[in-house]
Design a protein around this ligand. Sequence first.
Ligand code: CAA
Length: 258
Amino acid sequence: MTEYETILVERHDRTALITLNRPKALNALDLTVMAEVVDAATTLDRDPDVGALVITGSAKAFAAGADIKEMRPNGYMDVYLSDWFSAWDRLGDVRKPTIAAVSGYALGGGCELAMMCDILLAADTAVFGQPEIKLGVIPGIGGSQRLTRAIGKAKAMDLCLTGRTMDADEAERAGLVSRIVPAADLLTEALSTAATIAGMSTPIAMMAKESVNRAFETTLAEGVRFERRLFHATFATADQKEGMAAFTEKRTPSFTHR
Ligand code: CAA
């Protein structure tokens, strides 16, 4: 497996764990972290033996945002011509289910990275926010869009305009977070959720993900039609035959991910 400078990558059966590893900078997301997370996630996505991915940080910080010191000297032409942050979009193209396991700070780009994942598990210590306004910028990795879709205009405006943070409880009430777990259990819970998903048929999980994500891109009627076509397509898989046979025969299914 590739050696990375700013992240750690581990495999556990059919799941993979990417750990952000810049502790001295609270996992600030510089261009190296961006390139490495995107490279690792897209490589694991192509691996037929991987069914789900977990992205996590440290106990203190999932990620404290994009790297402010790296961004600071740039001018408009630097960020425009290099299309600063655009490589993060490739994470959105990952087709296998992804889980963000968030402990501590998930601010700015850290909150945006967590929101790019399909399931967001928070430790009771998690702190979310889009404090870019305090630096004289606005979110740049989709925060104003994904946060608004996740928690609605009222709270998204509040967070983006004041830069205030919200704790795990508020984030769960607002619908940003799937579940809150005690900090000590976060990784176990995230890996076990990933293992549950990876134990399902991977192509079917990919279709479920694609179908849910379609809800954000289209009308209800088009979305339902899209879902119906994918539902029909599941009948072309060996795993549909196995899943329904196993139910009828009162046994656990043995999916072949085909
Ligand atoms: N970029 C670069 N370095 C960062 C950083 C960041 N986003 N966040 C923390 N660090 C560094 C600090 O500079 C410090 O380094 P030194 O020891 O060399 O001084 C180290 O990490 C530890 O940080 P603190 O001493 O500040 O730790 P703390 O516990 O006192 O505070 C914190 C923690 C409240 C998270 C504070 O670090 C903080 O406010 N960080 C910045 C949060 C932020 O504004 N994030 C948004 C960034 S912009 C962005 O993300 C744009 C976008 O949309 C993509």
